[in-house]
Structure formats: C-alpha cells, structure tokens
Design a binder for this molecule. Structure first.
Ligand code: FES
Ligand SMILES: [Fe+2]
Length: 381
C-alpha cells in the first residue's frame, strides 16, 4: 500500500509480529497515514465490537444517544419495551440524517426533518405521508446495528456477520465482583488528544514511564513482577494488576479513600488495581472503590477523542457530601501527563528519523497490543 511518499507492506509489520524479546515497535506509517486510518476504520472500527456507553446512560423509554463509528452516525435508543437497540441514523426515504443532538430523553418517535417520515422506537416505520396504497411500511424499518451488553456496558458492531459479543468477550476475566452495572457515573471528562489512538492504548499498557512521568502515581502504586501475578491475556484483551503500596487505599491524590469500597470485594482485590485493554479501544480499570473507563476514538491519524468516566457505588454518589475530586483530580492529572507523552511520541513517530525500537521487559503488554494490531492490519493490506 502506498502511504504518502512511502509504502507500507506486510513485511514492515513482521518485526512487530515476532516473539517479544526480538520484536520492534510498529512502523511510523501506522501512526501518521490517512490511508492506514481509512483501513483501520473499515477493517477494525467497522468490524469489531466497540463499547459506546452504558445501559444506565439511557434509563427510560425514549432515552437515546448518538455515537459516531468509522464515519457512520448510530442511534442507540431504549424502546417502550425497555430494550436497547441501535440503528443507523439514516432515513429510509432519501437518506436524511435523522437526529442531530448528541443525546436526548423521552423521545416518542424518531421524526425525519426532511419529509416527516416517522419511526417507532423499535425502528419500525410508523408513518410515511402520502406514500400511496401499495407502499409497504414493513420494508422500510431503520437499519439495525448489532448490539450486545456486558457488565452494564453497551457494545456495537457495524459488521452484521460478527461473532456474538459473548463469544468475543469469552476469555475476558470475570468482573462481576466489581458490580459495574450497579455503579453510577460520578464524572465524565472528554479529551482531544493530538496523537494517534494506538499510542494511547500502548501508553496505557505499560508503567515503564510511571516513575519519571507520574510522580503522584509512582508514590502510591507499584508495578509488580510477572511472577507475582501473571499478565492476563486473551483474544479480546490484555492487562494486568498493579499493587497499591502499603498504607495506600486507592488511586487518589491523597492515596486515601473517602469513598465506600465496592461491596463484597476480597481483601486481595482491595490491594490491587486491574488494567485491561479490551481491543481495540476500551481501557477498563477496576479499583477497590471505583471503576475507571476510557474509550479512544480516532478523529485523524494524529488526533483522538478520549472519553473518560469514573463510576462509583450508589452509596457514594447518593451521599450528601459526595465529592470524588480526590480520585478525579488524580486520574485527570495522570491522563493529561499521559496525553502529553503520547503527543510527544506522535511528533517523534512522524519524523523521518523514527525507527521502530525495542520493548523494555515490562512492556510486554504493549507488544501484545501491537501484535494484535499488526495481525489485523496485515490482513487488510
Ligand atoms: S429523507 Fe427522511 S422523510 Fe424524506
Ligand atoms: Fe501513564
């Protein structure tokens, strides 16, 4: 494939696809090329299961939000039967965009602003003015998008032939003990990062940079050796735990927690924070007293929209003096430090002077992510 002045061949990915000890990081083209991003949108973002939000985001019939995936706008909507469905945001008449706002509540029907065709919340065509006696409404329902649910999260897949979500997530470690479906969103911050989406996933996958870049994090959390707790790896994810230092209760500015622990967690779970990259773009981090979730959405080769949410127990959010700033400030600061690292890496991998480099021994999860990606991209070239 021609990529600007250069060409990207499957052979260029081979050095990433070999065993960890011999592997090199990805070639620069995958971080800077519009053509590669187009391939990723078509072959990854339009074909994989993607976490787009939570069931709790649209609790009532008629509640909805829009999500842009690989250039398509999708409506995620709770019906009068309480089922959540997803449809392309495209009218079946002449293709007008239907909804414009990013989210809304209590919609009674989806009305096309162009010629006033209207749709029920289950996607069926309700009314098409003056279309004539032989017009079949049943043939003109909104086009559905595959949807699945896991731990309260909503996943979409634009590929109608994709394996079911349950199959895709089959080897993801059980997270039921964190009670994620019951947790309430305490905070959401969105970031516009001037770096490729893969740099964000790679950066999340290692803490080699932590001592130098995150003094506030390194003070309270320690990287643990592979022997102590094995890395967790599966077809859809990789990840691993980090241990809180003695006397530290959670990841927060103070290292203390004023929030209730997620009920039922073992003492062991209260000593670790788990970090999972769920391919391609979900970063899931259960803590003893909250769950942190990032999703990273490519806007351009060198630009990514990151959505970060903090989920807390109902008891915490319901308290009159609920104040999550200790943990929100901690991760907001850490996020911003990370984005700055990703942006300086974007500048470097864009240079003619960039050469794929070696992984340090604690960067095995970066390599696992890169190899997953290189395998996918090789299949698309
Ligand atoms: S395009 Fe929607 S009603 Fe005509
Ligand atoms: Fe970091």
């Amino acid at each position: 494939m021609e990529v600007g002045q250069r060409s990207l061949r499957v052979a260029d990915l081979e050095r990433t696809r070999v065993v960890f000890g011999e592997a090199r990081t990805l070639p620069g083209e995958v971080y800077i090329s519009d053509d590669v991003l187009r391939l990723e949108q078509r072959g990854i973002f339009a074909r994989e299961w993607l976490c787009v939000g939570r069931e709790a985001d649209i609790p009532m019939a008629g509640d909805w939000f829009l999500k842009e995936i690989a250039g398509d706008s999708v409506i995620v909507l709770r019906g009068t039967d309480s089922m959540i469905r997803a449809f392309y945001n495209v009218c079946r008449h002449r293709g007008s965009r239907l909804l414009d706002e990013p989210q809304g509540r209590g919609l009674a029907r989806v009305l096309c602003p162009y010629h006033s065709w209207s749709y029920q919340l289950d996607g069926g065509l309700q009314n098409a003015p003056r279309m004539g006696a032989d017009f079949c409404k049943g043939d003109h329902s909104l086009i559905p998008v595959s949807i699945g649910f896991h731990e309260g999260f909503i996943f979409l897949n634009l590929d109608r032939g994709a394996q079911p979500l349950t199959q895709w997530l089959a080897d993801l470690p059980g997270l039921a003990r964190f009670r994620i479906p019951e947790l309430k969103r305490g905070r959401r911050i969105e970031y516009d990062v001037r770096a490729n989406w893969k740099l964000i996933c790679e950066n999340y996958s290692e803490c080699y940079h932590c001592a130098g870049a995150h003094p506030q994090l390194a003070r309270i959390s320690e990287q643990i050796s592979r022997d102590e707790r094995g890395q967790e790896i599966g077809a859809c994810f990789n990840g691993g735990p980090m241990r809180l230092r003695d006397g530290i209760e959670t990841m927060s500015m103070s290292g203390r927690s004023t929030l209730p622990t997620i009920p039922g967690l073992s003492l062991d779970d209260c000593r670790y924070v788990h970090y999972y990259v769920i391919y391609p773009n979900m970063l899931l981090s259960p803590h003893p007293d909250y769950v942190l979730v990032h999703t990273a959405w490519p806007l351009a080769p060198d630009r990514t929209h990151v959505v970060c949410e903090w989920l807390f127990t109902e008891e915490a959010v319901g308290a009159q003096d609920f104040d999550p700033s200790d943990v929100v400030d901690f991760w907001d600061l850490t996020n911003r430090q990370d984005w700055a690292l990703c942006e300086r890496t974007q500048a470097g991998v864009s240079s003619r002077g960039y050469r794929p480099g070696p992984y340090q021994s604690s960067e095995d999860c970066v390599h696992i992510f890169d190899r997953w990606y290189a395998d996918r991209l090789a299949g698309l070239l």
